[in-house]
Design a binder for this molecule. Structure first.
Ligand code: UDP
Ligand code: MG
Length: 317
């Protein structure tokens, strides 16, 4: 199979420090491959000079295209938008901060040409990340594996390359609550891992704080599994059985020995425990209700301010 156009999809949000360095290093990496290349930068509502720098690059190189979103939507949506706009029949998604070495691109492309549809880069080492981030990531993967009904790939980010088949499948996923890692697993197809060591960011700062990461994790759990709802139902049944047995004991005791008023501490414990479980159950149901609410509004996932592509396609067949 021959690839005619490779689209390099790069979501960017306030990345003026990384942009030029990234472009130069990717150029070095894709020099060796024998196919056309398109850079598609998704400007995710940057408020620094990022867009200006992209425009400058475009003046020098007409393979540089950009999609300017109407505001900051977050990386997941930026990637979704990019997938809808790329022109290539092969796609690689890569962060602009050079944590993921672009030098892997030729190797990934070789695997696509060998017939794989989703070649993903799997991290051996995560440099520059705190132990807390590594630990929480590990826990997330652990529970995601237990709870979700899709195969979960550990230590795999969004740095991956897709064939035409996989790109078409990704375009068909219409949900507005998006967890891309989950969706990449969901589509299936022939997957192949490539192992690498993740570097530190070359410049700038990560855009993820623990609040955003927790949100992403909850989205991951709730979009790919209804098992949290089952766990809550299971607790409900279990507590009802215990409550029934205990009530029988209380009634028998009252009939046989009378009913002296006692047991304030045990009563409080039971009320608080049941109250807690009730709130938890409501919270879990609320999460799913929230997703249904968002999906039923059927709002467009993003709005585009501008899409500029100067790329002239000679032959894409
Ligand atoms: N990013 C984005 N929108 C956002 C946050 C991040 O497009 O709201 C981009 C960012 O510019 C970078 C990539 O997503 O190219 C990964 O972001 P970051 O390095 O902050 O994430 P981390 O590597 O820490 O997971
Ligand atoms: Mg990063």
């Amino acid at each position: 199979m021959k690839t005619s156009l490779l689209s390099i999809l790069v979501p960017v949000y306030n990345e003026e420090k990384c942009l030029t360095l990234f472009y130069e290093r990717v150029l070095g990496a894709v020099d060796k491959i024998h196919c056309e290349v398109e850079f598609l930068f998704i400007n995710d509502g940057s408020i620094d000079n990022t867009l200006f720098l992209i425009k400058q690059l475009q003046l020098l190189d007409n393979r540089v295209c950009y999609l300017d979103l109407s505001r900051n939507y977050g990386k997941e949506i930026a990637v979704t938008a990019g997938i809808n706009y790329i022109k290539g029949d092969t796609l690689v998604i890569i962060d602009v901060d050079l944590q993921d070495p672009p030098e892997l691109i030729p190797q990934m492309l070789k695997e696509i040409q060998n017939g794989y549809d989703d070649v993903y880069a799997c991290r051996l080492k995560r440099s520059g990340e705190s132990w807390l981030k590594k630990w929480t990531a590990k826990q997330y993967y652990k529970y995601m594996k237990i709870l979700s009904n899709i195969p979960v790939l550990e230590n795999t980010g969004d740095y991956r390359m897709f064939s035409k088949k996989a790109i078409d499948a990704l375009r068909e996923l219409q949900e507005s609550e998006r967890n891309m890692k989950g969706l990449f697993s969901f589509i299936g197809f022939n997957k192949k891992a490539i192992y690498y060591n993740r570097d530190q960011r070359i410049a700038g700062q990560t855009k993820w704080d623990y609040f955003k990461l927790t949100n992403l994790a909850i989205k991951g759990f709730t979009s790919f599994s209804i098992i949290p709802l089952r766990i809550v139902s299971f607790f409900g049944v279990l507590i009802s059985i215990i409550a029934f047995i205990y009530s029988v004991i209380v009634i028998i005791k009252a009939c046989v020995w009378g009913d002296p008023v006692a047991g304030y501490p045990s009563m409080m414990c039971v009320i608080l425990f049941i109250g807690g479980i009730n709130l938890l159950a409501l919270g879990v149901i609320g999460e799913y209700l929230g997703i249904i609410y968002n999906e039923t509004k059927k709002r467009p996932t993003y709005f585009v301010k501008e899409y500029v592509s100067l790329l002239k396609l000679v032959n894409t067949n």
